[in-house]
Design a protein around this ligand. Structure first.
Ligand code: 5GP
Ligand code: ZN
Length: 115
């Protein structure tokens, strides 16, 4: 999709620190990290959010990548938080579906995103 920064990163026309890539998904470090490890996992094709008719294979690929990325970033044994800010009420700021993986520090219990 034109003018979508995550489509540009997926197409390698916008630079990012890529952590993991397969046929369906790409993982790269967040530009404004909220924890020592803050990596985003996106489908390579454009879906606005989880309610945008995402094919089951893409959904599977996204979440199958989570533990792989956690291991690559060295937080698989210490734990990590997985967040999807989905839509307006969740304050999603980039309208290309993405999974946040945060780790490397202790995070409080509760519903506070990134907290
Ligand atoms: P959201 O608020 O939509 O859940 O999260 C969007 C995330 O994308 C934010 O954490 C923000 O820092 C990150 N982000 C926005 N633009 C860029 C960019 O150009 N490159 C990278 N690597 N991350 C970005
Ligand atoms: Zn996109």
């Amino acid at each position: 999709m034109d003018n979508c920064i995550f489509c540009m990163i997926a197409g390698h026309t916008l630079d990012a620190r890529v952590v993991y890539e397969d046929d369906l998904v790409l993982a790269f470090d967040d530009i404004t990290p909220q924890a020592p490890v803050h990596t985003l996992i996106i489908p390579k094709c454009h879906y606005a959010d989880m309610s945008d008719n995402v094919p089951p294979a893409v959904m599977t690929a996204l979440f199958t990548a989570v533990p792989k990325v956690a291991a690559l970033k060295g937080v698989d044994t210490t734990g990590y938080r997985v967040i999807v800010n989905n839509g307006r009420d969740a304050s999603q700021s980039v309208a290309h579906l993405h999974v946040h993986l945060l780790g490397g520090r202790s995070m409080s219990h509760g519903m506070v995103s990134f907290g």
